[in-house]
Design a protein around this ligand. Sequence first.
Ligand code: NAD
Length: 491
Amino acid sequence: MTTTSYQLFINGKWIDSVSGKTFDSYNPATNEVNASVSEANGEDVDIAVKAARKAFESGPWADMAPSDRGRLLNKVAQALWEKADFLAEVESRDNGLPINETKFIAMPAMIDVLEFYAGLANKVQGDTLASPAGRLNYTLKEPIGVIGAIVPWNFPLMLTMWKLAPALAAGNTIVIKPAEQTPVSILEMVKIFHEVGIPDGVINVVPGYGHTAGDALSSHPDVDKIAFTGSTNTGRLIMQAASKNIKPVSLELGGKAPNIVFDDANIENAINGSMFGIFFAQGQVCASGTRLFVQDSIYDEFMEQFIEKVKTIRMGNPLEPTTQMGPQVSLKQLESIESYVASGLEEGASVLIGGERNKTAGAGYFYSPTVLENVTNDMKIAQEEIFGPVLSVIRFKDEADVLQQANDTIYGLSAGVWTENLKRAHRMAQGLKAGTVYVNTFSMLDSTASFGGTKQSGFGRELGIQAMDMYTETKSVWIDLNDEHFNWYGV
Ligand code: NAD
């Protein structure tokens, strides 16, 4: 297999890092090197921030009319559609997502986000306020400046686009720090932005490690905002680093979603939706329904049918269209999943299916879809984010019981409810502490619908019209309309 080389992308140019260092990015399905990538550290981040600052303050991007910005972003979207299959394959090689999930879910969703915000570029509006007599006050909505985007490896393109598209639509410039496991698809995507004509310095990419490049970006005094998606622990470090120059942060962090099946649910739909909720993307989804609460009265019947379905999941080469589950992203993740399952068993859980590596699916980091029962909500596997294909099943008695258990977590990203009872569905939607509640569905996303967490799942809402607020500042302008001179002191 040939290894491709990638450089940093700064100020419209492909350049080596100052240190000349590189790192390897692996194909998780084969455990072979997928690409050799220039490794950015603090000096490179500084160069990238300077380029982004210059492009923000002067030049074609700073002067561009919002309508032209939107038109240009739409042209990029068109080019991305034309290269969507290529990008899907690059991303599948990069992080192991099955090609059907990159091609038919992640890529279309990612490009739709760009189109959505391209359409908002010329709809950024301030207000004219009810001002006192003789005075006029209005607000300007202005771009914030240089945005630092730090993204994880599970959906590199989509989660980058959630930040990149609104940031650019509002007129900001950006420095992107991809996850060290998956820099390649982001670099390929940015190449397309550049080819279509996004001016130099508007988008910069500094692949590298979190404690070096990531920390340099979040603590940089000339970065105006950090948009982060990743783990709760890293979110904490980013808040600390960003506090050095009081830059605002938006944090999309971990989750431990409850997925609740009541005895009045449509069982077949609940089984299919709950399987998608946990095994989509090998369980490497922050919103995954990792705690499955099943009502006592249907528990045996539901679980029997659920396990029969899980047995049919096809694991293997992510590039095969028939594959339904690929490898975990890295050996580190695989080992972490193993240690979580071991801890669950030690605490009294039992394996209904899976619970081990899949050695027949390929030479990479494959872990079988796993369902653990006899789990109680206080176990480590029910409280900590595993970020793998491991479902913890918990029985419950009634609505009050399950609501209490579902909310008994430090996380609050998403939650699911399966019921045919309309009143119960609305009661649960109100009672669950989460940024998103799914009723009779799971893991739905759309450019129009805001997404984000409560509690230690973070704050700020990506997607939707509201996300433009995270990339604009409101400036209040006062105009004195009186002819006589304002003179408080009367001298
Ligand atoms: P991570 O926090 O380890 O890494 C995420 C990014 O942060 C990477 O680019 C990494 O290099 C960087 N980073 C690491 N340490 C840093 C530091 N000290 N300073 C600055 N940057 C640093 O997370 P991960 O393991 O790559 O991703 C999985 C996590 O992301 C899970 O917890 C998952 O729930 C979360 N996630 C959340 C969402 C969401 O929208 N809420 C979406 C996807 C993933």
